[in-house]
Design a protein around this ligand. Structure first.
Ligand code: AKB
Length: 316
């Protein structure tokens, strides 16, 4: 029998492309996209869509029951920069939505859960080069705290109640279809848009701030591969470290400049610099590679070529 899927937070940066990918794999009518509003109209019109507030347990439950949902992808969250502005809202949304979905799985309404974690679980006391899967996690952002606590709950629900929950610690994700919102790694998307629109970019991080990043196609492949993996092969039920590329604002500037020699950049670090400084610069993801065969495809220059080509089409 085909899997019936609900995506909560489908209009966000990752949710948008995950919805398309899952509809290709499982069939359009087997994937219900949902969000708190209808800001991505192409998603609303391209298949089943429901308005769902991720904080509303009954709304999620009713949708799961009405559509015979067996798998939920919970993509709704307040990210690192927004979380610092609205700490209680970030706690409320990020934690309660997770409990709602985990409890639906515990109660047998659904069978499987995907919940994204982040490199934000790490903090200034974490080893910053090749950060291991199991290491010190003392996050200093509200977002990071919600992700770290969420990871503990995922593992607890798996061990205690047998919930099939799977998760990835996403690095910064770069894509051209939907904009990210409220993150610290957002500069790595904005820079491509501004390169095409204005030929210059004012970066909110300093030039040598190295962070783990990944092209969206790799992130979607990782997500769908992890969800397709055999449950018995998965040794991590908190959240998998995942790595592809690490670069600084200067590296991405040079990569764009090699295609657009007239491109210029200035640096004006703001409050997000402190968040970036607390995160690792590279990640050891050996366990993901061993458990479910994770392998990335895009390096910085390959990604730059695709980003510039697609955004040129968009703004022409
Ligand atoms: C953010 O910058 O907050 C996110 C993340 C790394 O989880 N992109």
């Amino acid at each position: 029998m085909a899997s019936k899927i609900l995506i909560i937070g489908a209009c966000g940066q990752i949710g948008t492309e995950l919805t398309t990918a899952l509809r290709e794999i499982h069939g359009v009518n087997n994937v219900i996209a949902s969000d708190i509003n209808t800001r991505k109209l192409d998603l609303v019109y391209s298949g089943p869509f429901e308005i769902i507030d991720a904080k509303n347990f009954n709304a999620i439950k009713d949708c799961c029951v009405n559509h015979n949902i067996d798998t939920v992808y919970l993509m709704a969250a307040l990210l690192s920069a927004t979380g610092e502005k609205y700490p209680m809202e970030a706690w409320d949304l990020n934690m309660n939505s997770l409990f709602h979905v985990l409890n639906l799985a515990k109660g047998g309404t659904i069978k499987k859960v995907y919940w994204p974690s982040s490199i934000a679980v790490f903090g200034p006391t974490t080893p910053s080069e090749n950060t291991p899967q199991h290491t010190i996690c003392e996050p200093t952002t509200v977002y990071g705290i919600t992700k770290q606590v969420g990871e503990r709950w995922c593992e607890y629900y798996h061990k205690k109640y047998g919930v099939d929950v799977r998760s990835i610690r996403y690095p910064g994700i770069i894509s051209h279809k939907a904009m990210p919102g409220g993150g610290t790694t957002d500069y790595a998307v904005e820079i491509y848009h501004e390169a095409i629109k204005k030929g210059s970019y004012k970066c909110f991080l300093s030039e040598n701030t190295s962070l783990p990043m990944m092209f969206m196609d790799d992130a979607i492949k990782a997500t769908t591969d992890l969800m397709a993996a055999n449950s018995k092969d998965l040794t991590i039920r908190s959240s998998y470290n995942l790595s592809a590329i690490s670069f600084t604002p200067k590296d991405i500037f040079e990569s764009i400049k090699s295609q657009m020699p007239e491109f210029t950049i200035t640096y004006k670090p703001d409050f997000r610099q402190a968040i970036a400084d607390s995160w690792p610069s590279s990640i050891d993801d050996n366990i993901a590679r061993k458990d479910w065969g994770w392998k990335h495809n895009y390096d910085l220059d390959t990604m730059t070529k695709v980003m510039l080509k697609e955004l040129k089409k968009k703004y022409d």
